[in-house]
Ligand binder design. Structure first.
Ligand code: SF4
Length: 217
C-alpha cells in the first residue's frame, strides 16, 4: 500500500479528472434511491434509470409499491434482471418500512441492513447520497480500482472499505466513491485498463499496467 502523502496526491488528481462524478442513479428521495440501488445489483445504472421513471410514477411510497403486488412489480422491473428475487425483496422491504419504520427509510447502517435485499454496499450508497453520512460504498469498480492503485491491499470488500477510509480524508469519502466508480468505468476497465491515458499513470501501483501497443491492438 502507498503512504498517505502519495495517496493524497492521487486523490486530488482523480478528483480533478472527474469533476462530473456523482451518483448515477436518478432519484428524488431516499426511498427512490433505496429501490434504485436494490435494482442496480448485477444491472447497469443506465438500465435502472430507464425502468425507474415509470416505476416511481406508479409507486413512490412503500405502501404504493407493496400495492403493486408481485405480478405488477415484476413486470415493471423485469428488464433489470434477477427480477424474481428483486421483486420479492422489494415487496418485503416495503412491508418492513411500513410496519417498523413508519414508511420512512431509516438512516443507520444497522437498520438499513435489516431490510430484505439490502447489504452493506446498498446501505452505504443510501447513507451517503440520501443522508450525507460519510461512507465509501465498495462495489466491483471501487474494489478493483482501489486495489490496483494502492489505496488498499485486500482480498474482500469489507477490508477494502476499511483501508479506503484510512487512506482517504473523511471529507472526501462520499466524493471518492463516485470518482473511483467513474475512473473504473471510463479508464481503469476490468479487462484492459487504458493505462497510457490514465491521469495517475506515474503514481499507480498496479504491476500489470497496459502499454500504448496493447491499447491499439
Ligand atoms: S495506471 Fe492503469 S491500472 Fe493504474 S489506475 Fe490508471 S488505468 Fe488503472
Amino acid at each position: 500500500m502507498k503512504d498517505r502523502n502519495e495517496l493524497d496526491v492521487i486523490t486530488e488528481k482523480l478528483i480533478e479528472a472527474y469533476p462530473d462524478a456523482r451518483c448515477a442513479l436518478t432519484h428524488q428521495n431516499a426511498f427512490e434511491l433505496l429501490i434504485a440501488t436494490v435494482l442496480s445489483a448485477q444491472c447497469t445504472d443506465v438500465r435502472v434509470n430507464k425502468v425507474t421513471p415509470e416505476l416511481f410514477c406508479r409507486a413512490d411510497t412503500p405502501q404504493e409499491m407493496e400495492a403493486l403486488g408481485y405480478d405488477g412489480l415484476y413486470e415493471l422491473i423485469r428488464t433489470c434482471g434477477l427480477a424474481d428475487s428483486k421483486t420479492k425483496n422489494i415487496l418485503s422491504l416495503c412491508r418492513k418500512l411500513t410496519e417498523e419504520f413508519g414508511g420512512e427509510v431509516p438512516s443507520t447502517m444497522e437498520e438499513l441492513t435489516s431490510l430484505p435485499g439490502v447489504g452493506r454496499k446498498t446501505a452505504n450508497v443510501v447513507l451517503a447520497n440520501a443522508f450525507g453520512v460519510p461512507t465509501i460504498a465498495v462495489d466491483t469498480h471501487v474494489f478493483r480500482v482501489s486495489n490496483r492503485i494502492g489505496y488498499a491491499e485486500a482480498s474482500d470488500v469489507l477490508k477494502t472499505e476499511k483501508q479506503l477510509m484510512e487512506a482517504i480524508p473523511r471529507d472526501r469519502w462520499i466524493l471518492m466513491h463516485h470518482v473511483l466508480i467513474t475512473h473504473g468505468r471510463r479508464i481503469c476497465h476490468a479487462r484492459k485498463p487504458e493505462c497510457p491515458a490514465c491521469c495517475i499513470y506515474e503514481e499507480c501501483g498496479f504491476d500489470n499496467k497496459t502499454t500504448q501497443g496493447e491499447q491499439t491492438e
